[in-house]
Design a protein around this ligand. Sequence first.
Ligand code: SF4
Length: 354
Amino acid sequence: MSAADHRLHLYELPRAELTARLAEWNFSPVHAARLWNYLYWECADSLAAMPELPAKVRVRLEETFRLGGPALVREAQSTDGFTRKLLLALDDGRVVETVLMRFTGRMTACVSSQAGCAMGCVFCATGQMGFQRHLTAGEIVGQAMQVQRRLRGQGERLRNLVLMGMGEPLHNYDAVMRAVDILRDQNGCALGASRITLSTVGVVPGIVRLADEARPVHLAVSLHAATQAERVALVPVAKKWPLDELIAACRYFCTKLQRRIFFEWALIEGKNDTAEHAHAVGRLLHGLPTQVNLIPLNPTAGFGGEPSRAEAAKRFQKILVEHYGLPSTVRQRRGLDIAAGCGQLAGADRERGA
Ligand code: SF4
């Protein structure tokens, strides 16, 4: 598809808008329903693969919309077989990465919401590359459909979606929410709201908006530090949205939606993994319905920190659980051999041993 193709992508439209568009053209809602089924159940990637749609409908669609993409550039499989990373090209030539993770009994897609990222987290390969542009809703949906297409070929379906790939989802709020609505549609991908998790580094207005709009998604906040000074050193955007404002927004979200929040903590040896750090987190999150996910740091070229040792991770977790009653897990690190772990996505052909 050339960059000069200005037709709207079919993945940009929720079912109601697509149905309305076909109605404007005097086509039956039956055709709209069949089209939707082709798109999101059969995972068709071209109008030619929709033979049950009348030719006049396909011709009209072809004039107005495009389909296919983001295009697969490269695919890499981790040696443990649990993680697969897709390097995908957008129409303007920029690339993003999407990761498919297999856990016991469930398949999870980790999709990107931006090319690059403006947040600048120092330990993150995406942050190190800077911001390129927001993705459209169709480009976010298209990543999930790339995964869905693969799974369909194996007789499986996507069950879980995490917006934890490249980019800060709440910095691209409208497109992300439009994509989530499309992927939740019960006549299509039918992803359950309880199976969609959005990760933010702490975009306070976005958290408040999620709460005010009662968006039915899980929220994960990348915390990484329990004091303002330490957080700013790791997550520069904390200067704009300080820690006290972030925690206040989290409390608002939990109270308003009666829902818990996940906090993510990249464990960096000697920097944020001591007993004192664990106690500081425990005090900070006191009273919040939450779970703390501890993730030993994944290496990136632009950051010299090392992952915490297993004993430090266990000690940290023990303090949270035993002193503060905070549920906590130490996450398994996966896909490191293909640079598909948290914070490693860089939209570049960096696979090793692929
Ligand atoms: S961790 Fe997330 S928010 Fe921070 S720079 Fe990386 S992609 Fe952006």
